[in-house]
Design a protein around this ligand. Structure first.
Ligand code: AP5
Length: 210
């Protein structure tokens, strides 16, 4: 499918979970800035060293760094792209506009208390970035990724203190993007409450209507 999609929505709204499934089902190229930045931190690259402090504090990594990263990734991509976690500021949305025609912006809506439960009980795979939840989407074997056998860990920014900071950053810097995409006529608000399957079906309906 040639459609280019951005997934908006606050931390924990299910962007990564849904992106994974949509990419597998529709063949979209998946780009997740959070995963790319965490990989850079793990590998101790220059980008990772610069990004770490912002990520640990629940702040956005500076636009110039993330925009450069995305432009690089988009260069080699073919067919439709699904972006998880980008753009997150008006500057990023404008920069994306210059290089990619976004046909659908999905804004996932989830209650704040549900978000906190999702994030504080999330587990992620160190090897393949697959995401689990201790209650809502547990791995078959505790601490082990179903997909690749990698070790599951809790992200350092998933503590309640950092999560609240991430919400504040989202409200200040990212929430205004809904207006940017509404004006372009590509915004669809999607109810992100309910099961992972239910949310997936709603997003697929939005894709089919785009
Ligand atoms: P990033 O990794 O993008 O974090 P985020 O946006 O805060 O989003 P999350 O990954 O926390 O949540 P999600 O919406 O993907 O939810 P998930 O599917 O995992 O960014 C991390 C940091 O990197 C940022 O704080 C920033 O510092 C930096 N960064 C990244 N991009 C940047 C950018 N563009 N510019 C600048 N800085 C950037 O689901 C959460 C949990 O809920 C999981 O356990 C999952 O299993 C569960 N779950 C999902 N859906 C459901 C459901 N329907 N019901 C029950 N549980 C569910």
């Amino acid at each position: 499918m040639d459609l280019n999609i951005v997934l908006l929505g606050p931390p924990g709204s299910g962007k990564g979970t849904q992106t994974e499934r949509l990419a597998a089902e529709f063949g979209f190229t998946k780009i997740s800035t959070g995963d790319l930045l965490r990989e850079a931190v793990r590998n101790g690259t220059d980008l990772g060293t610069k990004a770490k402090g912002y990520m640990d504090a629940g702040k956005l990594v500076p636009d110039a760094l993330v925009i450069g990263l995305i432009k690089e990734k988009l260069k080699g991509s073919k067919g439709g792209v699904i972006l998880d976690g980008f753009p997150r500021s008006l500057e990023q949305a404008k920069a994306l506009d210059e290089v990619l025609k976004v046909g659908l912006a999905v804004d996932l809506k989830v209650d704040q208390e549900a978000l906190i439960k999702r994030l504080t009980e999330r587990r992620s795979c160190r090897k393949c970035n697959a995401v689990y939840h201790l209650e809502f989407n547990p791995p078959r074997k505790e601490g082990v990724c179903d997909k690749c056998g990698g070790e599951l860990y809790q992200r350092s920014d998933d503590t309640e203190k950092v999560v609240r900071e991430r919400f504040a950053t989202y409200t200040e810097r990212t929430a205004p993007l809904t207006e940017f995409y509404r004006r372009k006529g590509v915004l669809r608000s999607v109810d992100g409450m309910g099961s992972i399957d239910d949310v997936y079906k709603r997003i697929v309906a939005a894709i089919k209507a785009a």
